[in-house]
Design a protein around this ligand. Structure first.
Ligand code: ADP
Ligand code: MG
Length: 605
């Protein structure tokens, strides 16, 4: 038997939600539905976003409402227009096979007379944002005297947005006998106060842990220089070819600037912020839902309550001013039991904020390295290979040409063809990223300390060791799943030296620098002879020829590596300061536009 039937949901509704591919109740639904179905209790439900709260209150409402009557019996209050529309739409879907159900969505920024007309025609369920609801109440255009249930959805967000007083005023229009159901992701003091003031002995349910983030979200941060932010951001996006993300900025202007820069660089991106008309917002959201947009650039307020499934990444281009907003942002990914990543671009000054957010989400951030150009190329290459493998083939259209194509390819082996096909797109990536600098903060720091003389990834040759220590290079790094502690253990065990003989350990993506007391260096070389790690030979080298960082050593190093060539590439990087970006202009137009759909969406923009 269908588990929703077991819970007491009628056949008609079960059929409808089965069509929405709800197979079994989510934890909050399983626990809340039996309680709410009695219709006897006030209720507080605490659960993260994406856990299925809409159905947790929506399905019981459909059982409790008398659809032969045409007056408002349930009022759902929620913080944003998007959420309001979403909830109304979900309720209508759940009620698809029940007769005479009427749901109205009441929200600001849309024509009020349409909403008034719908209300006059008779509705049982009103889903509303507080401001517009109060407006309608003020016009005496709605009668709440028979309301039996009030749902406060995303109560914490409503209070965050300053709706406290509106909510009080609306609630005072409803009868004392009504039941109040409050849903929230977190339980700050203000929400607790609502529960105390407006509810009698509410039934309280918590799913997952209170006040912490969704366990399915991974939190990453990248430490970069503020001026490298856009380049690092693009690099990360390129590293995830299948990204479907929401990018958060602090201001409207910033969202627009980023969106414009991205579009110029050939990405499918657009911005969502408070200055757009409702119609424009709808358009942007539709394109995002349809996936004509790959990146939605938004402000905190504009993105409240956005419910789009399968968002793979939330990107904090700028951290929120209010650290509390971080949870609202990251909650846009990992919905409905899926997993997701929330990543943040952080400069030195902002590191403290990361620590504060960690306290709020109750989970540590993972520090990630901005991918190197070569790593991006590798990722993109495999994405291209996947694309070639999975492309839809229109047999009818292509067949007539096949004989000619086959003939012209006759002298090429399968391997030749594969190579050429993959290179069509890949060459552009290679070209674009060939001189790409390391954008990680530590890497850049070393360059500027050394007078900006270092090439992109050459710093492994050049950084100076602390006095009395030798700086060594090892070909294993964080991608091999080493933490700094792991690495220390790995070195000490193999070289048979005590931990105190090891100085700074600088864990990079695919390699590591570490300092060892001069006297112990030989032990390291001896100890790692013939050692392999997961099938890879561990290689140790002295980093640069100099010890203790003599000037001479460095210039010798440069000479031997062909100063000419490097000077040229450095010159290119410098001119304009953003060859990254300019390269992008040129390249992106080409390699992002695989499909006609994308082209269209770009030209429309
Ligand atoms: P919340 O309000 O807790 O943030 P929603 O009610 O918006 O979460 O649900 C998030 C997503 O999960 C929606 O797309 C919804 O259709 C889907 N969903 C909800 N319940 C189930 C279920 N039992 N089975 C499958 N999907 C579900
Ligand atoms: Mg919800």
């Amino acid at each position: 038997m269908n588990p929703f039937l077991d819970l007491g949901i009628r056949h008609e509704v079960v059929n409808a939600i089965t069509e929405m591919s709800f197979e079994k109740p989510s934890p909050i639904q399983e626990k809340a539905i039996p309680v709410l179905l009695t219709g006897n209790d006030d209720f507080v439900g605490l659960a993260q976003t994406g856990t299925g709260k809409t159905a947790a209150f929506g399905l019981p409402l459909l059982e409790l409402i008398d659809f032969t009557q045409k007056h408002p019996q349930a009022l759902v209050l929620c913080p944003t227009r998007e959420l309001c529309l979403q909830i109304a739409k979900d309720l209508e879907k759940f009620a698809k096979y029940i007769d005479n159900v009427s749901v109205v969505a009441v929200y600001g920024g849309a024509n009020i007379s349409d909403q008034l007309r719908q209300i006059r025609r008779g509705v049982q369920i009103v889903v509303a944002t507080p401001g517009r609801m109060l407006d309608i109440i003020g016009r005496n255009a709605i009668d709440f005297s028979n309301v039996k249930y009030v749902v406060l959805d995303e109560a914490d967000e409503m209070l965050n947005m300053g709706f406290q007083e509106d909510i009080n005023n609306i609630l005072s229009e409803t009868p004392d006998t009504k039941k109040t159901w409050l849903f929230s992701a977190t339980m700050p003091r203000e929400v607790r106060r609502i529960a105390q003031n407006y509810m009698t002995d509410p039934h309280e349910l918590t799913v997952g842990t209170k006040n912490t983030g969704n366990a399915n979200i991974e939190h990453h941060y990248y430490l970069i220089k503020a001026k490298d932010k856009y380049a690092a951001f693009k690099r990360i996006v390129d590293y995830y070819p299948e990204i479907f993300g929401i990018v958060f900025c602090r201001t409207k202007i910033e969202t627009q600037e980023i969106a414009e820069a991205l579009v110029r660089d050939g990405y499918n991106a657009d911005s969502l912020h408070g200055d757009l008309s409702q119609q424009q917002r709808d358009k942007v959201m539709k394109r995002y839902r349809d996936r004509s947009l790959q990146l939605l650039i938004a402000t905190d307020v504009a993105a409240r309550g956005i419910d789009v499934n399968d968002v793979t990444h939330v990107i904090n281009f700028s951290l929120p001013d209010e650290v509390e907003n971080y949870t609202h942002r990251s909650g846009r990914t990992a919905r409905a039991g899926k997993t997701g990543v929330s990543l943040s671009l952080v400069n030195v000054k902002e590191q403290g904020k990361i620590r504060r957010i960690e306290k709020i989400i109750g989970k540590p951030f993972v520090k990630k390295e901005v991918p190197q150009g070569t790593e991006v190329c590798e990722k993109q290459l495999f994405a291209i290979v996947d694309k070639i493998r999975n492309v839809d083939i229109n047999e009818e259209q292509i067949n007539p040409f096949l004989p000619t194509i086959m003939e012209s390819m006759q002298d090429l082996s399968k391997e030749d063809i594969v190579k050429r096909l993959a290179s069509l797109e890949f060459n552009r990536f290679l070209e674009y990223y060939q001189n790409a600098p390391d954008l990680n903060l530590d890497a850049r720091d070393s360059r500027s300390r050394d007078g900006g003389e270092r090439g992109d990834r050459d710093d492994r040759r050049s950084r100076t060791a602390s006095k009395g220590y030798t700086r060594l290079f090892m070909n294993l790094g964080s991608v091999d799943e080493f933490s700094r502690g792991d690495m220390l253990g790995f070195i000490c065990n193999n070289a048979n030296i005590p931990g105190k003989s090891v100085g700074k350990i600088d864990l990079k993506g695919v390699f590591t620098f570490f300092e060892v007391e001069d006297a112990e260096v030989n032990k390291v070389f001896e100890g790692f002879k013939g050692v392999d790690y997961n099938g890879r030979q561990v290689r140790i080298e002295v980093s640069g020829e100099e010890r203790g960082g003599s000037r001479e050593g460095r210039s010798r190093d440069r000479g031997s590596r062909g100063g000419d060539r490097r000077d040229r590439s450095r010159g290119e990087r410098r001119s304009g300061g953003s060859s990254e970006r300019r390269g992008g202009d040129r390249e992106r137009g080409g390699f992002r536009d695989f499909s006609g759909k994308r082209k269209e969406s770009r030209s429309r923009y």
